[in-house]
Design a protein around this ligand. Structure first.
Ligand SMILES: N[C@@H](CCC(=O)N[C@@H](CS)C(=O)NCC(=O)O)C(=O)O
Length: 227
C-alpha cells in the first residue's frame, strides 16, 4: 500500500497507525503547490481534491479522508483491535465519535488558522478552537481519549494538537492535553513516524514537532527525534 502525505500534516495520523500496526506502507510525499508526487505522479488524478492523506491499495483502489483511512488500516490488520474496538460496541462508537469531533471541530478550523484567505475570521475561529480544547481538556482523564488504550483517535488528536504552537494555541495551559502530548510523543511508533517524516522537536518541553525548514523560518532551533 502507498500513503500519500506531507510531513507533519494530517497524514501523520495514518502514518502513526501504520507503525503501530507494523503495516508495510510506502510513504509518497506530495508537493503542495504542484500536486506532483515524489515519484512523479499527478496527485490530482489520485485524489481530485488535491489534499492528503490518500491510501492506495495494492490493487490500485484509493481511499481518502483520514478518519476512514485509519479505521480501514486497523480493520486490515490482525493487531487492529488494539487501536479500534470491535464493531457494534459502544467502545467502537466512542472512538468514531472522537474521530468525528477531531475532524470537524478541530482539524478543519485549525487548518483555516493557517490559511491567510480566512484572515478576517481568524479571531472567531481561534476562539472556537480554544473553547473545544477547553472542553476536551476537562474531559480527558486519560491516559488516552477513551481510557487506558491508545486508539486511532489518539493518533489523530496528537497530530492536530501538534500544530498548536504555529497558530498561537497554548496547549501548556491545558494540562491534560499537554500530558497527552508527552505520553503520545513518547510512544515508539510515534517517534519512528516523526523520524521518518524528518520532523524535529522545537519546544523546550519536546512534545511539538515540525519540519526543520519550518522551524528555521520561525527563527527557532529544533532537536532531531530519537526513537
Ligand atoms: N477532509 C480531509 C482533509 C485533509 C486535509 O485538510 N489535508 C491537508 C493537510 S492537513 C492538505 O493536504 N491540504 C493541502 C490542500 O488542501 O491542498 C481529511 O480529513 O482527510
Amino acid at each position: 500500500m502507498k500513503l500519500y502525505m506531507h510531513a507533519a500534516a494530517c497524514s501523520l495520523s495514518p502514518h502513526i497507525v501504520c507503525r503501530e500496526l507494523g503495516l508495510d506502507v510506502e510513504l509518497v510525499e506530495v508537493d503542495r503547490k504542484t500536486h506532483r508526487t515524489s515519484s512523479g505522479e499527478d496527485y490530482l488524478a489520485i485524489n481530485g481534491n488535491g489534499y492528503v492523506p490518500a491510501l492506495m491499495l495494492d490493487d490500485g483502489r484509493v481511499l481518502t479522508e483520514g478518519p476512514a483511512i485509519v479505521q480501514f488500516l486497523a480493520e486490515c490488520s490482525p493487531e487492529g483491535s488494539r487501536l479500534l474496538p470491535e464493531a457494534g460496541t459502544y467502545a467502537r462508537s466512542q472512538v468514531q465519535s472522537y474521530l468525528n469531533f477531531i475532524t470537524a471541530e478541530l482539524h478543519k478550523p485549525m487548518a483555516m488558522l493557517f490559511n491567510a484567505a480566512y484572515e478576517g475570521a481568524h479571531a472567531g475561529i481561534h476562539e472556537l478552537v480554544c473553547k473545544r480544547l477547553d472542553w476536551l481538556n476537562s474531559r480527558l482523564v486519560g491516559p488516552y481519549l477513551t481510557g487506558d488504550d491508545f486508539t486511532v483517535a489518539d493518533a489523530y488528536l496528537f497530530v492536530c494538537l501538534n500544530w498548536s504552537p504555529w497558530i498561537k494555541i497554548d496547549v501548556a495551559r491545558r494540562s491534560a492535553l499537554q500530558e497527552f502530548m508527552a505520553r503520545v510523543s513518547a510512544r515508539p511508533s510515534v517517534r519512528h513516524a516523526l523520524q521518518a517524516e524528518d520532523l524535529e522537536a522545537f519546544e523546550t518541553d519536546g512534545v511539538f514537532f515540525a519540519p526543520r525548514s519550518y522551524i528555521a523560518s520561525a527563527g527557532r532551533v529544533g532537536t532531531p527525534v530519537r526513537p
